[in-house]
Design a protein around this ligand. Structure first.
Ligand SMILES: CNc1ccc(C(=O)O)c(C(=O)O)c1
Length: 457
């Protein structure tokens, strides 16, 4: 369906799940039929915009304004970021040119945290939408990378004092409000109010949020990997059904996680992701772990070439402290979506059947593989310490009318109930020669797609 101007900036709503990849320039357009560009999300075909809020890490404000249809460019726009010092000043300066743009700086009170969350709140004259993505608000994040986008249904306005609090079976509205109130920012109050005034009962995904802090007591399971553990304990597959099923993590950056797997990765983190419904969430015996992270050659031979690696910030200083990780690594391969050369900036996590034909759940989030994003237990596991703001969504089969599991969509553009996993399953292990991409060392042996070498300063 085309919007009234006939422009193709409109969504082919194949949205059983509301989950899309971003359009990629330079690949066969057949692979972009069900993909979205930011202009599609902001287009008039999605609703008559009254105001919006953009949460992100990186902003090119003039570029962002240009992504709105001309008739929406003067609507109130709230930009929520976590920048400080010079970059904060740059954003303040850039926003001065737009009287409709306001800025909101998230508190960053814990060292090394980032405001990583990538979310759009879109208020229309007849409702509102929530969009959660992995792409920064800059041109190159929407150009030749593999990025994920979840677009909510249109949430209608509640009638004045309507009885129903307008929440869903996945308590989407309550969790989104809890996430926003954790910022403790007056500048967000109006958007918290907008959310309260809308009926979000049609939301079928769970919110996976992270907020900086040391979360304990009731709040211990509100965020990070313990929130995922809690949802899987209550609504996940049963232990007997998923015994031995691998956990797959796919991400574009890696934090420091100690000298061996038992410090965090294959202890608390994998424990949460391999949680199943059962007596006290008995975890299944150690689930095999498969981590998908681009090799140096994935980056070198990508559409962007070595510069793709500027968005895959794995530092040699971190890598050399955790060589144990490399036994879990798998290549980036996405033939199913025509995106093997569109480097991943998307972050996804899933639980896969041994024959890789089914998945028990799927999450798309801003969270990379790091303690900063997912949290680390402290003080005899009494509190979960999180450094960054993150947000993502979790898809459980029963919330989408699927029997037990999602069938994996292994051919493109199937409109059936299969889940569109963005990459090839089963994942392909690194060869003996493969090395993980490291962004802060030179590569002068082989040129990239554009004939260039990589010489980071
Ligand atoms: C230190 N800053 C960042 C590190 C990693 C990422 C990523 O998403 O991989 C981002 C971002 O793109 O938001 C920022």
């Amino acid at each position: 369906k085309l919007d009234q101007k006939g422009s193709d900036h409109c969504l082919k709503m194949n949205d059983r799940f509301g989950f899309y990849l971003t359009k990629v320039a330079g690949i066969d357009n057949a692979h972009n039929l069900h993909a979205v560009h930011i202009k599609d999300i902001l287009s008039t075909s999605m609703g008559n915009l009254q105001a919006s809020a953009q949460f992100n890490y990186m902003f090119d404000i003039p570029w962002l304004i240009q992504q709105y249809p001309v008739e929406f460019r003067s609507k109130p726009l709230l930009i929520v970021h976590g920048m400080q010092r010079e970059t904060k000043a740059e954003y303040d300066m850039a926003a001065m040119n737009y009287s409709n743009v306001k800025l909101c700086q998230a508190k960053m009170e814990i060292m090394y945290g980032t405001h990583h969350t990538k979310m759009m709140l879109l208020l229309y004259d007849n409702g509102m939408r929530v969009v959660i993505t992995t792409a920064n608000n800059i041109h190159q994040d929407w150009y030749q990378k593999t990025q994920g986008v979840w677009i909510s249904p249109l949430f209608p306005k509640l009638d004045k004092g309507e009885a129903s609090a307008g929440d869903s079976d996945t308590h989407f509205k309550k969790d989104l409000l809890e996430y926003l109130s954790a910022y403790k920012l007056n500048g967000l109050k109006e958007w918290q109010e907008h959310i309260k005034q809308h009926n979000m009962s049609s939301a079928k995904v769970f919110i996976l949020g992270s907020v900086p802090g040391r979360h304990l007591g009731e709040k211990k399971t509100a965020f990070g990997h313990l929130k995922l553990r809690k949802i899987l304990q209550e609504h996940g597959p049963s232990v007997s059904e998923v015994k031995g099923w691998p956990v797959v993590g796919q991400f574009s950056s890696i934090g420091s996680m100690g000298p061996n797997k038992d410090n965090w990765l294959c202890a608390e983190w994998r424990e949460s992701l391999s949680t199943a419904k059962g007596l006290g969430g008995l975890r299944t015996a150690d689930a095999p772990l498969k981590l998908i992270f681009p090799t140096k050659d994935n980056i070198r031979l990508s559409l962007e070439g070595y510069p793709a690696g500027a968005s895959v910030p794995y530092s040699i200083h971190t890598a050399k402290k955790q060589q144990f990780l490399h036994e879990y690594f798998h290549q980036w391969r996405a033939e199913v979506q025509g995106r093997s050369r569109a480097m991943p900036h998307i972050k996804t996590y899933l639980r896969m059947s041994p024959d890789s034909k089914k998945i028990a759940w799927f999450a798309v989030t801003s969270s990379n593989l790091s303690k900063a994003a997912w949290g680390a237990l402290e003080k005899k596991q009494s509190q979960l310490m999180i450094r960054s703001y993150e947000i993502g969504v979790l898809f459980l089969p029963q919330m989408f009318g699927a029997e037990k599991f999602f069938e994996v969509q292994d051919k493109e553009c199937q409109n059936s109930g299969e889940f569109p996993v963005p990459y090839d399953l089963p994942p392909t292990p690194y060869t003996k020669q493969d090395r993980p991409w490291l962004w802060d060392i030179p590569y002068k042996d082989l040129p990239d797609t554009h004939g260039n070498m990589w010489c980071p300063s």
